[in-house]
Design a binder for this molecule. Structure first.
Ligand code: 5GP
Ligand code: MG
Ligand code: MG
Length: 182
C-alpha cells in the first residue's frame, strides 16, 4: 500500500466486480442503441476504460474536461469547460461517465449544456456517490458505490494531481492535507 494512504476503502477486486455489473446493466439498457459515452476528465478516465470493456453494445467515445477543485478538497462552485467534445451530441443517446458526485454542481451544469445542444437523451453513470454533500437535485441514473462524506483518492481520483494511478480507492492520512509540500 502507498505510504500516504491511511486505509483502503475499495480493493481493486471489489471495484472490478462492481464495474462489471454496471457494464452488464448498461448493455441491457442500451441494447439496440449506439450511445455516445463521454468521459469527464480527468477523474473518470480509468473507470471509463474499464466500464466500456464490460459494455456489449457499439459505443462511441469522447472526452470533456471541466474545472474541478484544483488542489483543494472543497468545490469552488464554479464550473468551466476546459476541453470540449470533438463531436456533436445532437440527436445522440449520451452517457456521461463520472468518477464521483459530491455537490452535484459539475454534473448539473454538464447535463444542462448537453441538453442545450439537443442530445436525444442524457444519462449519468458515476462510480461513486456522496449524497451527504449534495447542494443540487442531481441524481445519477447508475451508481457504483454510495459513500459517506469522506475524501477518497485512487482509481483515477486525485489529491493535488497525485494518487490517480493507485489501483484501489483509499483515504489519505490527515497530515497529507496540511503538508505544504503537496
Ligand atoms: P461536485 O461538482 O459534484 O461537487 O464535484 C464533483 C467532482 O469533484 C468530482 O468529479 C471529483 O473530480 C471531485 N471530487 C468530489 N469528491 C471527491 C473525493 O472524495 N475525492 C476526489 N479525489 N475528488 C472528489
Ligand atoms: Mg469528475
Ligand atoms: Mg480532482
Amino acid at each position: 500500500m502507498h505510504n500516504d494512504i491511511e486505509k483502503v476503502v475499495f480493493s481493486e477486486e471489489q471495484i472490478a466486480a462492481r464495474v462489471k455489473e454496471l457494464g452488464e446493466e448498461l448493455s441491457r439498457d442500451y441494447a439496440g442503441k449506439k450511445p455516445l459515452v463521454i468521459c469527464v476528465l480527468k477523474g473518470a478516465f480509468i473507470f471509463m476504460a474499464d466500464l466500456v470493456k464490460c459494455m456489449d453494445v457499439p459505443v462511441e467515445l469522447d472526452f470533456m474536461a471541466v474545472s474541478s477543485y484544483g488542489a483543494s478538497t472543497k468545490s469552488s462552485g464554479v464550473v468551466r469547460i476546459i476541453k470540449d467534445l470533438d463531436v456533436s451530441v445532437e440527436g445522440r443517446d449520451v452517457l456521461i461517465v463520472e468518477d464521483i458526485i459530491d455537490t452535484g454542481l459539475t454534473l448539473s451544469y454538464l447535463i444542462e449544456v448537453l441538453q442545450g445542444r439537443k442530445a436525444n437523451d442524457v444519462k449519468v453513470v458515476t462510480l461513486f456517490d456522496k449524497p451527504a454533500r449534495r447542494t443540487t437535485s442531481m441524481e445519477a441514473n447508475y451508481k457504483g458505490f454510495v459513500l459517506p462524506d469522506e475524501f477518497i483518492v485512487g482509481y483515477g481520483l486525485d489529491f493535488a494531481e497525485q494518487y490517480r494511478n493507485l489501483p484501489y480507492i483509499g483515504v489519505l492520512k490527515p497530515e497529507i492535507y496540511t503538508d505544504d509540500a503537496k
